[in-house]
Design a binder for this molecule. Structure first.
Ligand SMILES: Cc1ncc(COP(=O)(O)O)c(C=O)c1O
Length: 400
């Protein structure tokens, strides 16, 4: 095939012409995928080392998940929450049990689940904690990433995410991530919740200092404040545990979940909490037409079943050790962070930017994504094999 015959340039030009430029994707146009591999429109194969930012923890088109989706497509796909459907309770019960919580509220995207958690925390603050009306405050961390809605970007510290989108939603206090004293000092009588990523993904896979999450838990319990763990990217097996917060034996008051919950097929998100928290919502106060739809519940229930075996958590822990050992041995890398099959890799800025590293790796058949500066993020699907990890490491060695 000559360059003239390639479909990629035309597809890229059309995408550029017809869509808002709110992303700067790598120049790869994917046509098919299976497991840890994708194939582009010109037949080139790539090892997917990003896995949809953890939305594809079980790989592309996992057979069990695809079968569950197919079976549901032949029965009923959407009812709205005006009615109950026969996949709803089973999914919600399974997810609640996986989380060890009484109740689940399913939504669609991660940002919607974060919004749900914020609304629930505020309402809990007024109705249970007794915070004066309109004064509820939530503590968040610097360099957080919780989504893109106007309220969520109001407490972002990333200028690209926040600037020019005001006026901003009040009611948030930002403290440095990993600084327990700063967080504890920020709690006052109006604080209803602390909202944190147990590992900050977008910031570059930042793992907080040992003891931080346990300290936050203790401070929240002490001051009657809800601890909300945004496990949208870190949860569901990614770090070698069902939830990243388990590494510190911490149980939050509310889990916020998304990405992998949809099995790489449909957007499925949820919050999980006990009745004394999630029970504050009454009919008409919150919802979503698509949240908890039959197709989402069929896929989500299968995801819960896969996680129930512990196989994926075990794979992530075991193969993650191999990945991290291999990354630590690379020259041209100045720092590696993360847990399980999740790594933030700081490349020596004198060598190349993160974007350049991603482009060079893509040219060698490995897909990863930069975060900021010279940092790239690796999050292969948990179905990845040892040989595939070694292959990606070899390609990284070549580009460095
Ligand atoms: C920790 C975290 N929270 C929330 C979100 C937002 O999820 P979504 O893009 O599905 O709205 C993301 C997405 O990257 C995330 O990583």
């Amino acid at each position: 095939m000559t360059t003239v015959d390639l479909r990629t340039p035309g597809e890229l030009a059309d995408a550029e012409r017809w869509t808002a430029h709110n992303y700067h994707p790598l120049p790869v146009v994917i046509a098919e995928a299976e497991g840890a591999w994708v194939t582009d429109v010109d037949g080139r194969r790539y090892l997917d080392f990003l896995a949809g930012y953890s939305a594809l923890n079980f790989g592309h088109r996992h057979p069990g998940l695809i079968a569950a989706a197919h079976a549901q497509l032949d029965r009923v796909t959407l009812t709205s929450r005006a009615f109950v459907h026969d996949r709803f309770a089973g999914f919600c019960r399974g997810l609640a049990e996986l989380c060890g919580k009484d109740l689940v509220l399913p939504m669609n995207t991660g940002a919607e689940a974060v919004e749900t958690a914020i609304k629930v925390a505020r309402k809990w603050g007024y109705q249970v904690k007794g915070v004066p009306d309109g004064r509820a405050n939530i503590i968040v961390a610097e360099n957080n990433f919780h989504g893109r809605t106007t309220t969520i970007v109001s407490f972002s510290t990333d200028a690209d995410a926040r600037d020019d989108f005001g006026p901003y939603t009040p009611g948030f206090t930002i403290v440095p991530y990993g600084d327990l004293d700063a967080l504890t000092a920020a709690i006052d009588d109006h604080t209803v919740a602390v909202l944190l990523e147990p590992i900050q993904g977008e910031a570059g896979v930042l793992v907080p200092p040992a003891g931080y999450l346990a300290g936050v838990r203790a401070a929240c319990t002490d001051r009657n404040v809800l601890m909300i763990a945004d496990e949208i990217q870190s949860g569901l097996g990614r770090t070698g545990r069902t939830f990243a917060i388990e590494h510190e034996d911490v149980v939050p008051d509310m889990y916020v979940l998304g990405k992998a919950l949809g099995g790489g097929i449909v957007p499925v998100s949820a919050v999980a909490a006990n009745r004394d928290v999630l029970g504050v919502l009454k009919p008409g106060e919150h919802g979503s037409t698509f949240g908890g739809n039959p197709l989402a519940c069929a896929v989500g229930a299968e995801v819960v079943k896969l996680l129930g075996t512990g196989e994926f958590q075990e794979r992530s822990e075991r193969l993650g050790r191999r990945l991290h050992e291999g990354l630590a041995a690379l020259t041209g890398v100045v720092a590696v962070r993360g847990r399980g099959l999740w790594a933030g890799v700081d490349i020596d800025p004198a060598l190349m930017t993160g974007r350049e590293a991603c482009e060079r790796l893509a040219a060698k058949g490995v897909l990863v994504k930069d975060t900021h500066g010279s940092t790239i993020r690796l999050a292969p699907p948990l179905v990845i094999t040892e040989a595939e990890i070694d292959l990606a490491l070899a390609k990284m060695r070549e580009i460095l």
